[in-house]
Design a protein around this ligand. Structure first.
Ligand SMILES: NCc1[nH]cc(CCC(=O)O)c1CC(=O)O
Length: 308
């Protein structure tokens, strides 16, 4: 059926490789030949145009964007929540895979008494930090970066009560321990738990191939969440959470979106149920509601704080 080998670009973390292999297997099952190309760092990649002209942003996705534009890989697999809402020129959304667990979890050490007292938890995410402080105002939050393996390792080595992870990431690589709790009150990052396959807009062969992996329900829900993010953000990284869920019985979308101040004290939230026909503008309209309820001011405070 397919002569051409589809070169699948991925980062080289365990989670990224797991995700790339999942896409590879689905393509193989459809009869396509594939090859995985894992990229480590940006390297000495020569492009004849400056990055900003191509609209390339996003620390996690930049290297793969360049590899694809340079023709070294045909498609790339990403955790969708790491992908900037505006894709670089020439690159298109090829498929959104069926979503896994959307929740954040707290992996803890020892018992949970610290929740009622004064604990120290670790996260590198502004969104998680703000929501933690909103719920536990007198807790310490310390910075924690790196891929999930590194973060889990650092949690074991340090004297913290726990650290926040996306359940999906730990479940995919079998790293979810027994001592965790679901943070069902925490609103996840837009597109958390979803995988995105991107391709070149002019590559019909690969676009046709990956289109068969698309899950329409996940595509619609993540579109809503990312439209909400894009409308609010305008190029800065604010504590924003969003989750859209489709209700099959009612044929409705339940959308929950939130913007926090950095310190977590201020919270502006949208929570609504709309008929499915209204999905296309739901993210945008919800962001406008946030703006109207103090979000415009809060966003400019956040931008000013993050610039310092
Ligand atoms: N920011 C890193 C990142 N990007 C995607 C995942 C996990 C998979 C997902 O959320 O889809 C993670 C790890 C985490 O947030 O703990």
């Amino acid at each position: 059926m397919a002569e051409k080998t589809i070169r699948i670009g991925t980062r080289d973390s365990e989670l990224a490789l797991w995700q790339a292999h999942t896409v590879e297997k689905k393509l193989n099952d459809l009869g396509y030949k594939t090859e995985i190309i894992a990229v480590k760092s940006q390297g000495d990649i020569i492009l004849d145009k400056p990055l900003y002209e191509l609209g390339i942003t996003g620390i996690f996705t930049k290297t793969l964007d360049i590899a694809m534009i340079n023709g070294q890989v045909d498609i790339a697999v990403h955790s969708m929540k790491d992908v900037p809402t505006a894709l670089p020129i020439g690159i298109v959304q090829g498929a959104v895979l069926e979503r896994a667990n959307t929740l954040d979890i707290l992996v803890h050490k020892g018992n949970l008494d610290f929740l009622e007292e004064k604990g120290t938890i670790a996260t590198g995410s502004l969104r998680r930090q703000a929501q933690w402080w909103n719920k536990y105002p007198n807790h310490n939050v310390v910075d924690l970066r790196g891929n999930v393996n590194t973060r889990m390792q650092k949690l074991q080595e340090n004297d913290w009560n726990g650290a926040v992870f996306a359940a999906a990431g730990l479940e995919r690589i079998n790293l979810k321990p027994e001592n965790y709790i679901n943070l069902d009150w925490m609103i996840p990052a837009p597109a958390q738990g979803a995988m995105l396959v991107v391709a070149m807009g002019n590559d019909d062969f690969c676009r046709d191939a990956v289109a068969q992996l698309n899950d329409i329900e996940t595509e619609v829900c993540t579109h809503i969440e990312r439209q909400f993010l894009k409308t609010l953000e305008g190029g800065c990284t604010a504590p924003i959470g969003a989750l859209a869920k489709y209700n099959e019985i009612e044929d409705t979308i339940h959308f929950n979106g939130v913007l926090f101040s950095i310190d977590g004290k201020q919270k502006i939230e949208v929570n609504k149920i709309v008929p499915i026909e209204e999905w296309k503008k739901l993210g945008y309209n919800s962001a406008q509601e946030i703006f109207a309820n103090g979000g415009t001011e809060l966003m400019s405070t956040i931008k000013a704080t993050l610039k310092k």
